[in-house]
Design a protein around this ligand. Structure first.
Ligand code: NAP
Length: 274
């Protein structure tokens, strides 16, 4: 069953067909928003939409093929959302990480992560803003990461992309508040999803993650979705420019020790030789 707190609003969720994005879509749809799941893999999007409607029969769920690195594709996804009604919620969630020693990080790897996580979020927000203004205001929520504030050795493009994303959110919040647009971020810690499947197979890494969390467990996509839902909805009407950690308290300690991954990828060592 859905309730109606967000009824009459349309939410666009990039990367909405899997993991955290799907958790966000579920939380928004459960409270009455029509949701548009946007990503590149349309088969996965369709399957996710079917699952959501099966769980929430009252929900209005649409899908749209979208690559956040492609301006025309993002503009079309925003048009699609606007045609469905009052397009007033955007979740900039699409993203991925990579792992390499700093001195072996290729420009291609750097550009790939930055183009998706940071430039893709910028394009998503920029293309959505005129629609949100036309809707009388709205809420943008970006999915950052604990990696935006804690170093993660061997993940430089990812950490830098998320740190940039948090400043992007603050810029949008400051500049567009007078247009009744709010912008905030959630900062998840470790959540088992497709993206973290490989890491979750390495006990040394999982143990180290858990040792850094006062609450001692990994999170769930639904727990990130609940925070995004709060920041999207009327309960946070006076909240803008914030980044909310949802990470079992991991931000209080240090970034994870990823040496075990590097030992597998680079058994000859990860430091440049003198
Ligand atoms: P995921 O299931 O792999 O989700 C990533 C989503 O992004 C996929 O649906 C993917 O769909 C989409 N995507 C990737 N590149 C895209 C592009 N160019 N255009 C449009 N969509 C694109 O992993 P996840 O863990 O849920 O990640 C979601 C977000 O949470 C990411 O921003 C990630 O950095 C962040 N995060 C995750 C964790 C964690 O522990 N899982 C922790 C902190 C932050 P397609 O491949 O079909 O396009």
């Amino acid at each position: 069953m859905t309730n109606s707190t967000l009824a009459g609003q349309v939410a666009l969720i990039t990367g909405g067909g899997t993991g955290i994005g799907l958790g966000c879509a579920r939380a928004l749809a459960a409270d009455g928003a029509a949701v548009v799941l946007a990503a590149r893999n349309t088969e996965r999007l369709e399957a996710a939409a079917e699952r959501l409607v099966a769980e929430l029969p009252d929900a209005e769920v649409a899908t749209v093929a979208c690559d956040v690195t492609d301006e025309a594709s993002v503009a079309a996804a925003c048009e699609h959302a606007a045609e469905m009604g009052r397009f007033s919620i955007v979740v900039a969630n699409a993203g991925y990480g990579s792992a390499s020693p700093f001195h072996l990080t290729s420009t291609e790897e750097w550009n790939g992560v930055i183009n998706t996580n940071l430039t893709g979020a910028f394009i998503t927000m920029r293309e959505a803003v005129p629609h949100l203004v036309a809707a009388g205001g709205g809420s943008i929520v970006a999915v950052s990461s604990i990696a935006g504030v804690e170093t993660h050795r061997f993940m430089t493009p990812y950490t830098v992309s998320k740190a940039g994303l948090e400043m992007l959110v603050k810029q949008v919040a400051d500049e567009l508040g007078p247009s009744r647009i709010r912008a905030n971020a959630v900062r998840p810690g470790l959540v088992p999803t497709d993206a973290t499947e490989g890491m979750m197979q390495v006990p040394a890494i999982v143990d180290d993650y858990l040792a850094q969390m006062p609450l001692g467990r990994a999170g769930l996509p639904e727990e990130i979705g609940a925070a995004v839902r709060f920041l999207a909805g009327p309960e946070s009407a006076w909240v803008t420019g914030t980044c909310m950690s949802v990470d079992g308290g991991h931000h209080l300690r240090r970034g994870p020790n990823l040496d075990a991954v590097m030992d597998m990828l680079h058994p000859d060592g990860t430091a440049p030789t003198a």
